[in-house]
Design a protein around this ligand. Structure first.
Ligand SMILES: O=C(CO)[C@H](O)[C@H](O)COP(=O)(O)O
Length: 309
């Protein structure tokens, strides 16, 4: 790890492997988002609001997760024309979502020049067995996880960035907290093992040994890890950072609130000053209505996070 805490050694192959050098570039690109807030947007106007508020990137999607939950139906990649409009409206990186396993949606997103692809459980999965082989693409992918094994399986497939899944569209941070604590807790447990025990640990979490070994050595995931799913307030966002995430995704929490521009900017300030409760207090004053959340103790609420493993 470099002195600034940024990880510099990645990949699964040898240094002379061309796949590895392109993978290292993708991982490096994702690292540039560290310390930032990535905001879901469904059109160019929302993208401009996000950029003005200080978002580090925007995520183009058909509907914010709260609307996907409310309206139901099949959620797919956004209209490529709309994504191009979003790209033209902002100077920050533009991410877009493809359905899990839908490698042709990913090809389309690559063809129109998005900066990152999110293979996302928030959309309706296209393949309930296989994820996209992300090594086949030039651009970086982000994928969701609930635990360390899932994170390392996605990295083995070529994900250059990880986000803990949380429960998108609920405005309820409880699952985001559970998933962050799970990943970071398993890394702490891994670090307490002696080297001979790592093989069995890798088998237990169903992850490739080499990535498990690297994670133990680095003391963290070998790619950046953002929190997502249910973050709705500046305090939620700062909590994710204090727990040890590299940044935060926020979707419904901003554009389903009473004052999206003000809330977006408050969440950016809270992530920048995540260790300063007085800043978090200041930016939390007079924010207007937060999104109405969903109580996750209701077993009937669909768990997007469980749509893939
Ligand atoms: O899937 C995502 C990250 O890629 C969404 O951006 C994120 O999970 C949004 O969730 P919410 O609407 O609860 O903020």
């Amino acid at each position: 790890m470099a002195s600034n805490g940024v990880v510099t050694v990645y990949g699964n192959g040898a240094i002379s492997d061309p796949m590895k050098s392109s993978y290292a570039v993708k991982v490096g690109l994702a690292q540039m988002l560290r310390g930032g807030v990535i905001m879901d947007v469904v059109n160019a106007e929302q993208a401009r609001i996000a950029e003005e508020a200080g978002a580090t990137a925007v995520m183009a999607l058909e509907r914010v997760p709260a609307d996907i939950r409310a309206e139901g139906g099949v959620a797919r990649m956004s209209d490529p024309g709309l994504i191009k409009e979003i790209k033209n409206a902002v100077t920050i990186p533009v991410m877009a979502k493809a359905r899990i396993g839908h490698f042709v949606e990913a090809q389309v997103l690559e063809a129109i020049g998005v900066d990152y692809i999110d293979e996302s459980e928030v959309l309706t999965p296209a393949d309930d067995v296989n994820h996209i082989n992300k090594h086949n693409f030039r651009i970086p992918f982000v994928c969701g996880c609930r635990n360390l094994g899932e994170a390392l399986r996605r990295i083995a497939e070529g994900a250059a960035m990880i986000r803990t899944k949380g429960e998108a569209g609920t405005g309820n941070v409880v699952e985001a907290v559970r998933h962050v604590r799970s990943v970071l807790g398993e890394i702490r447990r891994l670090q307490s093992l002696d080297d001979d025990e790592v093989f069995t640990f890798a088998k237990e979490i169903a992850a490739p040994y080499e990535l498990v070994r690297q994670t133990k050595q680095l003391g963290r995931l070998p790619v950046v890890n953002f929190a997502a799913g249910g973050v709705a307030t500046p305090a939620d966002a700062a909590m994710m950072m204090q727990l040890g995430c590299d940044g935060v995704f926020v979707g419904s929490g901003i554009f389903k609130s009473g004052n999206p521009a003000q809330r977006a900017s408050a969440i950016v300030s809270a992530v920048t000053h995540f260790n300063d409760p007085s800043v978090i207090a200041d930016v939390s004053c007079g924010l207007g209505e937060a999104m109405v959340g969903i109580n996750l103790s209701d077993k009937k609420v669909e768990r997007f996070a469980a749509r893939s493993d």
